[in-house]
Write a protein that binds this ligand. Structure first.
Ligand code: ADP
Length: 473
């Protein structure tokens, strides 16, 4: 039986109604926080580590299957990177596709996922993802979410209105609140998996105040997300990304699940692969059209006002080229014709770009060498291109714009190896008893590239499998 441990102050921080094991609602008004000293050990059927999309789905599913569940989240809020996700869900052969007369078949979904991943993804996991996608979509609709197909891309399912990630997380939280057998503990960080022989039997937890406790569990689900907020760890796994910034992530994505799983011998796959956003700042990323659009696109310059690369190269290589420059940054330089586009406006507005009537003035505003920037622009306009770009644009129509970019990791492709039952595998490929994983912490689904929207799908598909299996059903 789970002992109640949620501090009242923490409960009040969450918009979700937190239920204790006995079903009592946390009071609206916080009392004086409890003294943390006595962090008793707890015991539960299923322990879910991480309260993003995959963790919430896992907890709901394990609870639906009759288990007592404790979900721990190290931050004072639920949602993880799922809550900032803006692109929607990818699913195939759904009711929505049928109704709209714009099919996206399972075969197309499979092929697109494999091709985007440069054939590296695990075919069996991808097939499972694809085959389960229409059910995942139906489940979201059953939670009250309303979707439409993206107007151009028929694989993309987006909300009828509103912000995708926050609607999704709210729906999951509402669903979770229906289950009295789920206890949520905020500000509770898992630091280590507890083993009994070769079986995982719980985790060691540290509270915000430094208190420590063990949570013993029949099964543990790792749903800790990726490592986009762990730049040093990213550079360790891929030295090309040394100096990477963290513009595209929330705070909790520090690779804890990878560290904990590795420590008990879990196999890790594709750990050098990250979805790179070379053009990003202030928590936003900007479309490559700013620099690649044929006949219009601009250039990247470093702090000396000089170009340093073919701006049209693939995004992960371009990101690492920018990271090699002074202060691991660059400026995106373009003209009014690009600014008039949706992508141009977005970059200037969200990237707090600067605008000037001449290139010299622009250089002054950006504090780069005016002569060097002028030469970079003039050469580019005269098609003098030492980097052999595939497509050339121009920077001729005033006013001119400069937007700072800090390349950042947007998605962690690699992670712990799992089988189709969401069981974590060890280095020999054998199942680690008692340990399941779902969401961005898993590897093997995306290889070198991820189809946008497949990530929410995998939170649901593998969250449900992990939740059901952890509950022993
Ligand atoms: P996913 O899409 O896989 O669910 P998210 O980034 O949305 O990934 O959610 C992962 C969640 O896990 C985040 O809320 C993060 O703060 C939480 N988390 C990460 N490490 C730990 C940890 N050691 N203990 C508890 N929660 C963690």
């Amino acid at each position: 039986m789970i002992k109640k441990k949620i501090s009242i102050a923490v409960a009040a921080l969450m918009s979700l109604t937190i239920l204790s094991a006995c079903g009592a609602k946390a009071p609206e008004t916080p009392a004086v926080p409890e003294t943390p000293a006595a962090a008793e050990d707890l015991t539960t059927d299923v322990l879910v580590i991480g309260g993003g999309g995959a963790g919430l789905v896992s907890a709901i599913t394990a609870a639906e299957n009759g288990s007592e569940v404790i979900l721990i989240e190290k931050l004072p809020m639920l949602g993880g990177n799922t809550i900032i996700s803006a692109t929607g869900i990818t699913a195939s052969d759904t009711a929505l596709h049928e109704a709209s007369g714009r099919p996206f078949t399972k075969e197309e979904h499979f092929t697109r996922t494999m091709e985007t991943g440069k054939d590296l993804p695990d075919k069996e996991l991808v097939q499972l993802l694809v085959d389960s996608s229409a059910d995942a979509y139906d489940w979201l609709v059953s939670l009250g979410l309303k979707y439409k197909l993206h107007e151009k891309d028929n694989f993309w399912i987006i909300p009828e209105e509103g912000h995708y990630g926050s609607l999704l997380v709210t729906a999951f939280k509402n669903e979770m609140a229906k289950h009295e057998n789920i206890t949520v503990m905020m500000d509770s960080k898992a630091t280590e998996l507890i083993m009994d022989g070769s079986k995982v039997t719980g985790a060691k937890i540290t509270g915000k105040d430094g208190s420590e406790q063990n949570i013993n569990a029949g099964s543990v689900i790792l749903a800790t997300g990726g490592l986009n907020n762990a730049p040093e760890m990213i550079a360790e796994y891929n030295p090309n990304y040394k100096g990477i910034h963290t513009q595209m992530t929330t705070a909790g994505a520090t690779g804890d699940g990878i560290v904990m799983a590795k420590a008990i011998g879990a196999k890790l796959v594709d750990m050098d692969k990250f979805q790179m956003r070379p053009l990003s700042s202030n928590g936003n990323w900007y479309n490559q059209s700013l620099i690649v659009e044929e006949g219009k696109g601009g250039i990247l310059v470093n702090k000396s006002g000089e170009r340093f690369a073919d701006e049209t190269m693939n995004t992960w290589d371009l990101g690492s080229e920018i990271l090699k420059q002074e202060e691991a940054m660059a400026y995106i330089i373009f003209d009014e014709e690009i600014h008039e586009t949706k992508d141009g406006k977005k970059a200037v507005e969200l990237g707090r770009g600067v605008k000037a009537d001449t290139i010299e003035e622009l250089a002054e505003l950006l504090e780069v060498d005016a002569e060097a920037l002028k030469k970079s622009v003039e050469d580019y306009n005269s098609k003098i291109d030492p980097f052999n770009r595939k497509t050339l644009g121009k920077i001729t129509t005033a006013p001119f714009y400069g937007v700072k970019t800090l390349p950042s990791s947007h998605y962690t492709m690699g992670g712990v190896a799992i089988n189709t039952e969401a069981q974590v595998l060890n280095e020999e490929g054998a199942v680690i008893e008692g340990l399941f994983a779902a969401g961005e912490v898993i590897g093997g689904l995306y290889g070198a590239g991820r189809v946008a929207g497949n990530n929410t799908l995998d939170d649901i598909v593998f969250g449900k499998i992990a939740g059901r299996n952890a509950a022993g059903k």
